[in-house]
Ligand binder design. Structure first.
Ligand SMILES: C[C@@H](O)[C@H](NC(=O)OP(=O)(O)OC[C@H]1O[C@@H](n2cnc3c(N)ncnc32)[C@H](O)[C@@H]1O)C(=O)O
Ligand SMILES: Nc1ncnc2c1ncn2[C@@H]1O[C@H](COP(=O)(O)OP(=O)(O)OP(=O)(O)O)[C@@H](O)[C@H]1O
Ligand SMILES: [Fe+2]
Length: 533
């Protein structure tokens, strides 16, 4: 039996909670910081924490006393959010947690806030090895579990998803937080087109926010812009969640983070999961937005695993990433599930019929019921057309790709030559990875990117390495886009291959030889970029 007091205060929500694992009771006290104008000001937020944290802790201690008895005898540990978050806020929470653990003479547990957003969903759903979509203010990422760590399968390349919505609402003069206002107005609006940006399983929002502001400034009704924002941004998050399910073979999805309170986002995820026979769980709103209940729950699991920290080692970590956390409290690896059903491959976007007498592969991009019909039509058409064009263009450059026999964009249909004997993932070697490096360099030199170069989009045989599935590709002269291709490939290697380091090195060496050094420099800058803005 374990009972843990948790403290949260990474940005706006001062919160304390107690979790009792015998009864599964979670009791939470929260006090939100509400800026008078603009967004969250770090100094004001810290001021709020200074006043509110002692009050919520006091209040929860009172409850512990009356429900369980003397806190120093009935609590096993104090857990707190070490990061990510705003430094000045985190330090106040850290100080409070250390003082309380000292006063109660119990161990201290340092929790990663983003992992807590995930674990609360796993705890309440009872799912074993779900993929998790964290949709919060300052973050947005899709996590999977592999080999003792949570892996970031995909994430935002610029702002968090809530921040993207909040930036738009500030522009139109609404108070913080803007997310709930976007939701209310979107209900009255008609969908308008905004840029849809998915690169492999990564994505970005800054172009969407700018386009939304511009549309509003040009007189598009604010309700319509809000609807366009929801359909676009949540469509992207749902698409990458589906890709993550498809890639890992997981059959469960949990949602986390404050933006998860949005009914449209939940609805899309639910529809997507239904469509592929996966189970979906969204925690109640009080466990989605920032709260100390999730900190107490994860704190209890870590405490049970002996995962406590000494006061001296308990400094806060404003850039704490979820993949830095050694996952001590759980085991299990997702069961491998074959996505092939006889002679039919089920990808995230399409079904591909492979066992044909004519040696062809027939691909069909399916309509996605979760997407707005107009957006769905546009994406399927555009990607089908792009795939035909770039597959042929790459082939002309000498990159091995299948011959395209037929294309029907409105129907989302393509007919290709069948190539290879296996996907790269099943037969990965350094020399094949080097071939991918050379092939991508050649595409980039010709001015386009693949857009989704994962091991599943590479086919291999004894003597050749083909690139397939160019549907997310596009022409560009921006070095950032080329570097993103490399980032996507390396990310996928990191998430699936047993020893990615040697493969990544071989891949980069081959790319360097055939392509431009500045792309690799840009790749380093992508990797260094702070994501918590
Ligand atoms: C590091 C930590 O401090 C940070 N916390 C955070 O972002 O608070 P969270 O409670 O997870 O999310 C707040 C965001 O959630 C948005 N939000 C709240 N209700 C919403 C709704 N109904 N629709 C869309 N967004 C909503 C707000 O606009 C705000 O941007 C994080 O988890 O990234
Ligand atoms: N021309 C081809 N020759 C041989 N196999 C193919 C061909 N096209 C597709 N496949 C097989 O079908 C699978 C799915 O195809 P594709 O990647 O084009 O669809 P998708 O829905 O975009 O999938 P994903 O989301 O996994 O990228 C491939 O991983 C590959 O195993
Ligand atoms: Fe959060």
């Amino acid at each position: 039996m374990t009972r843990v007091l948790g403290i949260e205060g990474t940005a706006w929500c001062a919160s304390a909670a107690v979790f009792d694992d015998a009864t599964d009771d979670i009791s939470i006290r929260s006090d939100a910081y509400q800026p008078d104008s603009g967004g969250i000001h770090p100094r004001e937020a810290a001021e709020h924490m200074r006043e509110a944290v002692p009050t919520v802790v006091e209040s929860i201690l009172g409850e512990v006393e009356s429900t369980y008895g003397d806190p120093s005898e009935t609590l096993d540990a104090v857990a707190f959010s070490r990061g990510p978050g705003l430094g000045p806020c985190l330090r106040i929470v850290g100080t409070a947690a250390r003082a309380l653990a000292g006063a109660l003479s119990v161990p201290l547990v340092g929790v990663n806030h983003m992992v807590a957003h995930l674990e609360i969903g796993r705890h309440r759903s009872g799912f074993d090895t779900p993929v998790c979509l964290n949709a919060s203010g300052a973050n947005a990422h899709v996590l999977g579990y592999h080999d003792g760590r949570y892996r970031v399968l995909g994430e935002t390349m610029d702002t968090g998803v809530g921040n993207a919505l909040d930036k738009f609402t500030r522009h139109v003069g609404w108070t913080h937080p803007g997310g709930p206002k976007v939701e209310a107005h979107a209900r009255e609006g008609e969908y308008v087109e905004l840029p849809y940006v998915v690169k492999g399983m990564d994505f970005s929002f800054s172009g969407i926010t700018s386009a939304a502001k511009a549309a509003y400034d040009e007189g598009t009704p604010v309700e319509d812009v809000c609807r366009g924002l929801e359909e676009t941004v949540f469509g992207m998050l749902t698409e990458v969640s589906e890709r993550a399910l498809s890639l890992t073979g997981a059959e469960e999805l949990v949602l986390g983070g404050g933006v998860g309170q949005n009914g449209r986002l939940e609805g899309m995820l639910e529809t997507m999961c239904e469509g592929r026979g996966a189970a979906f769980y969204a925690p109640e709103p009080e466990f989605l937005r920032d709260n100390a209940g999730m900190v107490a729950v994860l704190g209890a699991k870590m405490y049970d695993a002996g995962d406590t920290i000494q006061i001296d080692d308990s400094r806060v970590l404003p850039d704490f990433r979820p993949d830095e956390v050694p996952v001590t409290w759980r085991s299990g690896t997702p069961a491998e599930r074959s996505r092939a059903d006889g002679d039919r491959e089920q990808g995230a976007e399409a079904v591909v019929d492979l066992a044909t007498d004519d040696g062809r592969a027939y691909k069909r991009r399916l309509s996605k019921a979760y997407r707005h019909p107009e957006l769905d039509r546009r994406l399927r058409r555009r990607r089908t057309r792009t795939e035909a064009r770039l597959t042929s263009e790459a082939r002309r450059l000498g990159v091995p790709t299948p011959v395209v026999f037929d294309v029907d964009p409105p129907e989302g249909r393509l007919a290709f030559e069948f190539v290879g004997t296996a996907d790269l993932g099943e037969k990965i070697t350094e020399s094949r990875v080097e071939a991918v490096g050379r092939h991508l360099a050649r595409c980039h030199e010709a001015g386009f990117v693949h857009g989704d170069p994962t091991p599943r989009n590479v086919r291999v045989s004894a003597d050749r390495t083909w690139l397939i599935d160019f549907g997310l590709g596009y022409y560009t002269d921006d070095v950032e886009d080329y570097a993103m291709d490399l980032h996507v490939f390396e990310g996928a290697l990191g998430g699936t291959a047993a020893d990615p380091a040697a493969l990544i090195e071989a891949f980069e060496d081959a790319y360097r030889e055939a392509g431009e050094e500045r792309v690799l420099r840009q790749l380093r800058s992508i990797e260094r970029r702070g994501r918590y803005q």
